[in-house]
Ligand binder design. Structure first.
Ligand SMILES: *Cc1c(COP(=O)(O)O)cnc(C)c1O
Length: 375
């Protein structure tokens, strides 16, 4: 038999499924025992692998999951079924696209309905099937994104036949500013949600995302919907995360080169070295989701990595498949060494800051070319 050699992948993404499970437990520890802790696994589990995250959390007691798209729901359902978790509920946050009722029903997916036409279509489909199929109703309490307006929610509540026919078993809303605990919109959304919730007394209620859980018990209702907390992201904007880190990223040095004092580095010649420098060329770039906004320039420093006890700053523009770090101060830095780009010395929050974005976007951008290792 011939052995199949897979191509080497010089950048390694480590994902700790155990940390995801531990983070869900930490969220549960903030809630009363009566509060259900769902798992948000949309966008492929924030880039870490949605089906794997769902199966691991199901094994630890999770019974409800949220995805954004029907396709994600199909993948998560297949993985849960294969692992024997046949009773799990999966909600599709982006709702009901016209003509997708059969697909949702075939895979046991419950749409999160955000408009009266969606509710009417889903109820009509349930009538055709002779039984209402589960769904959630999303009410907008101040984000002005997805969901029924407060007026529409009141109009719906006045039509109990339609509510019953829709099969709704969750009424939910979403906080716009939960990561800013002092923002006045939090209390306003809470008050609006309480008034709406009272209109649907027989249906479970859910308001809190990860940061919403940390706003306190009055935000918890019957079910909480953490996402970013599961994956180690920050809870309060701009502060370190209290959660366990889930991802690590290490890129291999392809080449170490000397660059004379006064020479510029990379596309656009945006950064000039101020001393004769040793630069390491790493096999990672913006095509891997390592955003160009973390580039170094003379006008402003960029992000940095970590190697053998030293910070190694990114020098010059990040290119599609490569970036350069300054290893002048790291004796013995050599071709084949691995530089930490996210990990114990370089937090996800720091990387997000260097990229001018949020933890969510760093995680959901994580590249397809990495060697993915689950620990
Ligand atoms: C993404 C999402 C969540 C999870 O939000 P996090 O901030 O990641 O915890 C919860 N609810 C809805 C409606 C969402 O879209």
């Amino acid at each position: 038999m011939t052995e199949t050699l897979s191509p080497p992948r010089p950048t390694r993404l480590t994902i700790s499924t155990e940390a995801i499970v531990a983070n869900r437990r930490a969220v549960a520890a903030k809630c009363a025992a009566s509060v259900e802790v769902a798992g948000v696994v949309k966008a492929d589990g924030y880039g870490t692998g949605g089906p794997q995250a769902a199966v691991a959390m199901a094994a630890d007691g999770a019974r409800t999951f949220f995805v954004a798209h029907v396709g994600e729901g199909i993948d998560v359902r297949a993985a849960l079924t294969a692992a024997g978790w046949t009773q799990a509920r999966i909600f599709v946050l982006n709702g009901l696209l016209p003509g997708t009722e059969e697909t949702l029903a075939a895979h046991g997916l419950a749409p999160v309905l955000g408009s009266l036409p969606e509710i009417e279509d889903w109820a009509a489909f349930g009538r055709d099937q002779d039984l209402p199929l589960p769904c959630a109703i999303h009410v907008d309490t101040g984000m002005n994104r997805h969901g029924l307006s407060l007026e529409e929610a009141r109009a719906l509540a006045a039509r109990p036949d339609l509510v019953a026919a829709s099969g709704a078993d969750l009424v939910m809303s979403h906080l716009a500013c939960a990561d800013e605990p002092k923002h006045p919109l939090n209390a306003l959304q809470l008050a609006r949600f309480k008034s709406i919730r009272g209109l649907f007394p027989d249906i479970s209620a859910s308001l809190a995302n990860s940061a919403g859980v940390f706003l306190g018990p009055e935000y918890h209702f019957d079910l909480v919907r953490p996402g970013i907390a599961l994956y180690g992201g920050a809870i309060v904007s701009g502060q370190p995360s209290p959660m366990r880190p889930v991802v690590g990223l290490e890129a291999t040095i392809l080449q170490v080169r000397d660059v004379p004092h006064g020479e510029s580095v990379g596309y656009g010649a945006r950064q000039t070295v101020r001393r004769t420098s040793r630069l390491a060329v790493l096999s990672v770039g913006y095509a891997d989701g390592f955003h160009r906004t973390a580039s170094g320039a003379d006008s402003a420093p960029g992000g940095s990595g970590h190697l053998a006890g030293h910070r190694v700053p990114i020098v010059g523009r990040i290119s599609m498949d490569l970036l350069m770090v300054d290893v002048t101060d790291v004796p013995g830095a050599a071709r084949g060494d691995r530089v930490e780009l996210i990990g114990p010395h370089v937090s996800l929050q720091e990387v997000a800051k260097a990229m001018g974005t949020i933890d969510y976007e760093v995680l959901t951008s994580l590249g397809r070319r990495y060697q993915r290792v689950r620990v």
